[in-house]
Ligand binder design. Structure first.
Ligand code: PMP
Length: 314
């Protein structure tokens, strides 16, 4: 029988805005995908960022960057917010813009999934598609040029260099994980796009406990199929990312990420995006090395936006 307990909570409350639902995402234990030879004293948990209203981890920095631009007095009447994005930031910015009544324009590589472009348009934002061979770098250069041509029109949020990006995680994700694990977390594993998630969450966790290990995950090669992640050595380095802060970087191949993403849905019933699969692959490699520990892996988004792409296409 279904017993009402904490589950009736959402029916009693309402929120004044969709934006009040950003953050406070659930943490869930990974069980079936844990290889048999891993020590029973090692626990692995996934932070499900798909539970944000815009469907990804990027709701946090999008809201934070908007709010800091407002506080600085940049978002005056008639201004247009612009940024370069591989997709999730675009969705998040378009959602925040729609909620606050601010126009948003986004540049992204033409090969990002069709679903992402359509969701952004559904929120009313304008999309510019750039050369897929240039990756997010092409989108960044496009935005820089547009902003230099019409500086009065635009507020360029610049997620790659905006401290409000990593601070969003410093003031939310890191605190949430600390409390959700009861302060037991020993390792944080997260993929690197702008570096915002790992820098902000990692910095907060190291304040609570400097022993916590922060592990970044990158695609093994410059040309890869893990949407949302960046091969840092081969692209414009995000200003907010400081490699020396990381305790370790782990590299994951596209096929390894896809395989893990498929297995996540089949075995754990977690329908996640490929960067979640990549991060979990690295976390399980790490788990093999440990005697004991509590590993928290960030799952940046769900699988819905990738239905027309690998690994879900066939
Ligand atoms: N995974 C996905 C699916 C993403 O969209 C992003 C953001 N680009 C990341 C991982 C990496 O997050 P961050 O930019 O905070 O490093």
């Amino acid at each position: 029988m279904w017993v009402l307990g904490q589950h009736d909570e959402p029916y009693r409350k309402h929120r004044s805005s969709i934006l009040n639902l950003v953050g406070n995402t659930p943490l869930v234990r990974i069980k079936k995908l844990i290889p048999k030879d891993i020590s029973p004293k090692v626990e692995v948990y996934a932070k499900l960022e798909s539970f944000n209203p815009g469907g990804s981890v990027k709701d946090r920095p999008a809201l934070s960057m908007f709010l800091s631009a407002m506080q600085e007095g940049l978002l005056k009447e008639g201004k247009v917010v612009i940024d370069a994005t591989s997709g999730n930031t675009g969705i998040a910015l378009a959602m925040v813009g729609a909620s606050l009544g601010v126009s948003v324009e986004l540049a992204m590589p033409a090969n990002v999934s069709e679903e992402r472009k359509r969701i952004i348009k559904a929120y009313g934002a304008k999309v510019y598609l750039t050369d897929p061979l240039e990756g997010t770098d092409g989108a960044i250069l496009f935005v820089r040029e547009r902003v230099s041509k019409e500086p009065e029109k635009y507020v360029y949020l610049d997620q790659y260099n905006n401290p409000a990006n990593w601070k969003a995680h410093f003031y939310s994700t890191g605190i949430e994980i600390w409390h959700q694990t009861g302060g037991r977390i020993t390792h944080l594993v997260a993929g690197i796009g702008t570096g915002g998630t790992i820098m902000g969450t990692g910095r907060r966790l190291k304040i609570y406990n400097p022993e916590i290990q922060v592990i970044g995950v990158q695609p093994a090669y410059p040309f890869h199929g893990i949407e949302g992640l960046k091969h840092i050595e081969s692209s414009i380095k995000p200003g907010i990312f400081d490699e020396t802060f990381l305790d370790r970087t782990m590299f994951v191949e596209t096929e390894q990420a896809y395989e893990m993403t498929k297995r996540l849905a089949l075995e754990e019933a977690i329908f996640a995006g490929q960067s979640s699969g990549a991060a979990l692959y690295a976390a399980l490699e790490l788990a093999k090395e440990l005697e004991e520990g509590v590993i928290v892996v960030i799952f940046p988004d769900g699988g819905e936006k990738y239905l027309s792409t690998a690994p879900f296409k066939e």
